[in-house]
Write a protein that binds this ligand. Structure first.
Ligand code: ADP
Ligand code: MG
Length: 267
């Protein structure tokens, strides 16, 4: 027995079968329009278990739309998505296997508002207890482990207002870790932070990859992090993936004129 309550075990669904390096998420022909504006134009995109994928591109190029589609916050108009080898989206709808996505994918945003009147522990344990019926003791154990993983153990009784921006984002990561995700989707989570603070937060993601084998897809303008930590760099341009390469190829050997311009502009 691994100590999980029945509710939490049921929530977790079946265990992920993808090993590190295996394809975890596969998207084929994902399309999405808002009105007559096509913001994803037949996106083909794979993510491997344990990889860090950095997604870059101009504002409005479709980066958030892709992450939101993978997280299930918005449905594509067309295309197919598999998760851990099972078809989870096809023919304009989610399949029953979608529950694997709900169980194993977490998302964090630029301004993930923690509940201001609740301390850090309550912020972490509220949803698992209410939605999954997780026991108090299990939720406490998970919260302690999650806070240790993001270096925030000393703040378990702090209120969000007592924390810096970087600390709040680390708590937001810990909150996502409560569900023991295999994939974390991070949408500009360090954009409001000073560079050294942002670097600390991004370092947490790298540790989660190295120590827990969690895959991360991260929208960021931090090219230094992309260069040293990414397994893949994906460059969005006008709703299409213009480049999907290693950081070395993307930053040092690309022939793509738009990527060259983009890298020059953010440097
Ligand atoms: P990025 O994250 O790369 O800045 P987004 O994926 O957020 O880009 O947006 C791509 C385009 O889709 C933008 O032009 C944006 O205005 C538009 N868009 C995104 N979400 C919506 C929505 N819910 N309704 C209408 N237009 C949207
Ligand atoms: Mg965005």
């Amino acid at each position: 027995d691994d100590g999980q309550t029945n509710a939490a075990r049921a929530h977790a669904g079946r265990a992920i079968s993808a090993n590190i390096g295996d394809v975890l998420v596969s998207c084929r022909g994902l399309r999405k329009s808002f009105g007559d504006r096509e913001v994803m134009k037949s996106i083909d995109f794979d993510m491997r278990a344990g990889d860090i994928t950095v997604i870059i591109g101009r504002s409005g190029s479709g980066k958030s739309t892709l992450l939101r589609a993978i997280a299930g916050l918005t449905d594509p108009d067309d295309g197919e998505m598999t998760f851990d080898g099972e078809v989870v989206f096809s023919e304009q709808k989610r399949t029953p296997a979608w529950k694997q996505v709900d169980s194993h994918v977490g998302m964090i945003f630029q301004s993930y508002t923690l509940w201001p009147h609740m301390d850090v522990l309550k912020n972490l344990t509220l949803a698992p207890r209410k939605r999954l019926g997780m026991s108090e003791s299990e939720s406490l154990e998970r919260a302690k482990k999650a806070l240790a993983e993001v270096g925030m153990s000393d703040h378990i009784r702090s209120k969000p207002v007592q924390l810096s921006g970087g600390e709040r984002q680390r708590v937001a990561i810990a909150r996502a870790l409560m569900m023991q995700p295999k994939l974390l989707l991070c949408d500009e989570i360090t954009s409001a932070l000073d560079p050294p603070v942002a670097a600390e937060v991004l370092d947490v993601l790298r540790r989660l990859k190295e120590e827990e084998g969690i895959a991360v897809a991260l929208v960021t303008h931090d090219m230094a992090f992309a260069s040293k930590a990414a397994d893949r760099v994906v460059f969005f341009h006008e709703g299409e993936i213009a480049v999907n390469a290693t950081p070395d190829d993307a930053f040092n050997h690309t022939e793509d004129p738009e990527l060259k311009k983009f890298v020059e502009a953010v440097r």
